[in-house]
Design a protein around this ligand. Sequence first.
Ligand SMILES: N[C@@H](CCC(=O)N[C@@H](CS)C(=O)NCC(=O)O)C(=O)O
Length: 339
Amino acid sequence: MSDGDEGNAAYGHKAFKRSRSHFADRITADGRDGWPVEAGRYRLVVSRACPWASRVLVSRRLLGLEDALSLAVVDPIQDDRSWRFTLDADGRDPVLGIRFLSEAYDRRETGYPGGVSVPAVVDVPSGELVTNDFQQITLDLATEWTALHRPGAPDLYPRARRDEIDTVMAQVYEDVNNGVYRSGFATTQEEYEAACAGVFRRLDLLTDRLAGQRYLVGDTITEADVRLFTTLVRFDAVYHGHFKCNRWKLAENPVLWAYARDLYQTPGFGDTVDFDHIKRHYYEVHTGINPTGIVPLGPDLSGWLTPHHREELGGRPFGDGTPPGPVRPGEEIPAQGRP
Ligand SMILES: N[C@@H](CCC(=O)N[C@@H](CS)C(=O)NCC(=O)O)C(=O)O
């Protein structure tokens, strides 16, 4: 079996193409799409394996939205009905009462024929999917959910820096976030080489950028760092081997490795990462590119906790704000998912 979006390339012998999110309603302060920001009304459904969903996990923690937006974590292994709540008692999400995420999609659109993807935000009272628009959800958490942010929450999308953040994020998306998928699911040598070369060309440029500055834009953590982090944290565990992005390992690039460790060790980043879910999902689910489903034992994760010395570059991680507090009880990463 293969990811819905990703299966076309794995089996169809055509270039990997990421599908656009089908449900693009926005949850906003003024509720203009019919979905007003409201504490406790929505449920965020993620796979901790998924880099697009992981963006939302990090933003939710940094902004302190855990009480306002509850969390459901799916099993990292889908079956033929896609994402399922088999980690929960009786295989049902305790709040939505459903066994498969597809049930929320069906409630929104009867007979919805498209793929079921995470991240997904579901309206709890009606059980309907509101949005699976992974490019917009985090921007809205940063800019529309402000009334519910914790005291000391950082500004992840500062108005004065948006043009620069958007430019960096577009490059990171094309060449890195999605580039690794185009490399991994390529079905011709040319396609693979172009995608893989593009990944490393961009990582080289990002290395230059990050050699002398702690964060991608300005001197604080922004949405751009959240989006680069979610790919870097998976790099050696899955993209280097499984997706054949193997010119070098992250741990062999002193600048990016220190940058990634710095973020990993910042509250709100590493405490959302489950390496066990990441490895099992990629290696077991994408049987088109790993037919045995064997999950490798490595890499050694202990390096993630080693000193990074990036504070010597200055920078104010949370700007005028503060780091988030401890992880919410029940949302801790089990020991097998941590270094
Ligand atoms: N293309 C997705 C972006 C998110 C995405 O690709 N998520 C993957 C997991 S990393 C997914 O849920 N794929 C569908 C599946 O695996 O069944 C969308 O249209 O919103």
